[in-house]
Design a binder for this molecule. Structure first.
Ligand SMILES: [Cu+2]
Length: 169
């Protein structure tokens, strides 16, 4: 979505510049004006395409990690490429695991202070390894339909509440 907005603003800026240019060159040969109008029309068509893109067509998910919570929005995606932009807004390092499982949220059996990878009934699809507070990381995955948990599995963090559900359909 951000990209689309930037593109639309860019088109507006180009159109404004051209309008001003036409006004200033009012006495110039008409050929110049025709070219400018054609360029403006082409730019406008591109802008309309960008605006027509769907609400979350690119499966852009943004989320935060903090003590002791994982939050993402939206908490669902459609099958295929999913882009997680995850910010660590806590005061210590955290990690972000994408786990495919039908186990209920927060109910993965622990082996001591974290769950073993792998564990029965779950598959760790991929992860952003521990990253610092105040930083943001991007994880792009191709996900199959199913139920997921997004978690931090650092010692004690899952039990403390760092897990949330995610559904791909
Ligand atoms: Cu954590």
């Amino acid at each position: 979505m951000k990209k689309s907005i930037v593109r639309v603003l860019g088109v507006t800026a180009i159109l404004s510049t051209m309008t001003m240019g036409c006004a200033a060159d009012a006495n110039d040969a008409s050929g110049t004006h025709a070219d400018a109008e054609q360029d403006a029309a082409a730019a406008g068509a591109g802008g309309e395409q960008a605006v027509a893109a769907g609400a979350n067509e690119g499966n852009f998910i943004s989320g935060t990690l903090q003590e002791w919570k994982v939050s993402v929005s939206p908490n669902k995606a459609t099958t295929g490429e999913v882009k997680f932009t995850i910010s660590n807004k806590g005061t210590i390092g955290h990690e972000f695991l994408v786990v495919k499982t039908d186990i209920a949220d927060g109910m993965i059996t622990l082996d001591g202070d974290h769950f073993a990878e792998p564990s029965p009934g779950l598959e760790v699809i991929d992860e952003i390894g521990e990253f610092k507070q105040g930083t943001t990381e991007l994880l792009v995955l191709t996900l199959e339909p199913g139920n997921y948990q997004l978690v931090c599995n650092l010692p004690g963090h899952y039990a403390a509440g760092m897990h949330t559900t995610f559904v791909v359909s």
